[in-house]
Design a protein around this ligand. Structure first.
Ligand SMILES: CC(=O)SCCNC(=O)CCNC(=O)[C@H](O)C(C)(C)COP(=O)(O)OP(=O)(O)OC[C@H]1O[C@@H](n2cnc3c(N)ncnc32)[C@H](O)[C@@H]1OP(=O)(O)O
Ligand SMILES: O=C([O-])CC(=O)C(=O)O
Length: 371
């Protein structure tokens, strides 16, 4: 038995949800470029859950179900109020809140297909409320209730700020949600599948996935990208900052990918959005710095940007707090996690790989006073 470090190149499951073949990403056979230009996030959610695009009435029904399920129990809001202000990362709050939501769902342990689908809807609806309510409560503001007439992306921005967002912000945010919705067997989705393959419940699976997404080698990279941009501060400093990092063999956040070699197809959409939004806000420097970083890292290391790189300046331009970038990734990826969990349940087998043992050979127990 020989281990593949990081399970590189191991095909661990079959899935009909999304695929990466020859550096192209498709959701159920639809190119992500096509979906990013044409589909709403709700259509993509339906696509991932049902493996087909919704008809008009089906989309309307899903939108209603999401709007109807957005409220979260007062107990979860009260819980946020007990956290030490400023000390709790929103991903830790989200991880705890999703777990807590399971306690208030009378169907949490109901493993029927209908109950699991209902829970997927509830999770997708409530994750937006959890992230926005936590953000407001930690600033001493009251949570804002969603508006039934707004779509998912618009409602998120509305619940975050208390103001109806501009059309351009809704469009950009909706596209970002589409682009982050699913990604084959990434670390957090794999985590979710491993968890529920023991026939544990969907809240456990999603809670585990949030924990995996939080790390800076995965979803946590988008917050780190913005931190880096802030540290660099101006275009003149890019060259020396990046070259020093590369010379010290440090990783540049937002670059590289386990699967893509030629480049992440999502990055070009986010690059274009970053260019447009930073210009609109009169803050071109974030885009210009990002472009310069890209040219150095690509030139020196042949590492293209991934989805996390330009999403940082996009979210910053939308006025979003930097530590909410990864929770927003989770808001979108909830659709992929829940789709994969439902798929795992539908054709389950315990996921239990082997380890290549590299410890000492056989040893004989030595009594404690003789060691
Ligand atoms: C949504 C997402 O999860 S997308 C990924 C988000 N994560 C990041 O942006 C963090 C930065 N990137 C990375 O750490 C990596 O590229 C990963 C984790 C995404 C993929 O990593 P892996 O396939 O495991 O590659 P690994 O980390 O082994 O790196 C291979 C080589 O490329 C180098 N490398 C990889 N990424 C980077 C980077 N961002 N900056 C500099 N060097 C890098 C490594 O140092 C290593 O070099 P070496 O062979 O000389 O030691
Ligand atoms: O697939 C991966 O390894 C990481 C990634 O890009 C994602 O989850 O979107």
């Amino acid at each position: 038995m020989t281990a593949s470090k990081g399970l590189e190149g191991i095909v661990a499951t079959q899935s009909a949800i999304s695929s990466i073949i020859d550096d192209s990403l498709t959701y159920v056979g639809y190119d992500v470029d096509d979906l990013a230009e044409n589909a709403s996030f709700e259509e993509v959610v339906y696509l991932l859950w049902h493996q087909r695009l919704p008809k008009e009435d089906e989309l309307a029904e899903l939108k209603k179900q999401l709007a109807d399920n957005m409220s979260i129990p007062q107990e979860v809001l009260n819980h946020f109020k007990t956290y030490p202000i400023g000390d709790v990362h929103p991903m830790a709050a989200l991880r705890s809140a999703i777990s807590l939501l399971g306690l208030y769902d009378e169907k949490a342990e109901d493993m029927s297909d209908e109950a699991n689908y209902e829970k997927a809807i509830k999770l997708q609806a409530k994750v937006a409320t959890v992230v926005t309510a936590f953000s407001r409560i930690r600033k001493g503001q009251e949570p804002v209730a969603p508006k039934a007439e707004l779509g998912y992306a618009a409602n998120f921005l509305y619940m975050l700020t208390g103001e109806e967002p501009e059309e351009i912000a809704i469009e950009a945010f909706d596209k970002a949600l589409v682009l982050h919705a699913d990604h084959e067997l990434n670390a957090s989705t794999f985590t979710a599948r491993v968890c529920v393959a023991t026939l544990s419940d969907i809240y456990s699976g999603v809670t585990a996935a949030i924990g995996a997404l939080k790390g800076p080698l995965h979803g946590g990279a988008n917050e780190q990208v913005m931190k880096m941009l802030m540290e660099i501060g101006s275009e003149e400093n890019v060259e020396s900052y990046i070259r020093e990092k590369l010379d010290n063999k440090e990783k540049i956040m937002g670059f590289g990918h386990r699967v893509y070699r030629k480049g992440d197809p999502r990055a070009k959409h986010l690059r274009a959005m970053s260019k447009k939004l930073t210009a609109l806000r009169g803050e071109e420097k974030w885009y210009n710095m990002s472009e310069k970083i890209e040219s150095i890292v690509t030139g020196e290391k042949n590492l293209p940007p991934n989805v996390d790189f330009y999403s940082a300046s996009v979210y910053h331009s939308l006025g979003i707090d930097h530590d909410l970038f990864t929770p927003i990734f989770a808001v979108s990826r909830m659709s992929g996690w829940t789709a994969h969990i439902l798929e795992q349940y539908s054709n389950n087998r315990l996921i239990r790989p082997r380890a290549e043992y590299v410890g000492p050979g056989m040893q004989k127990y030595v009594p404690i006073n003789e060691r």
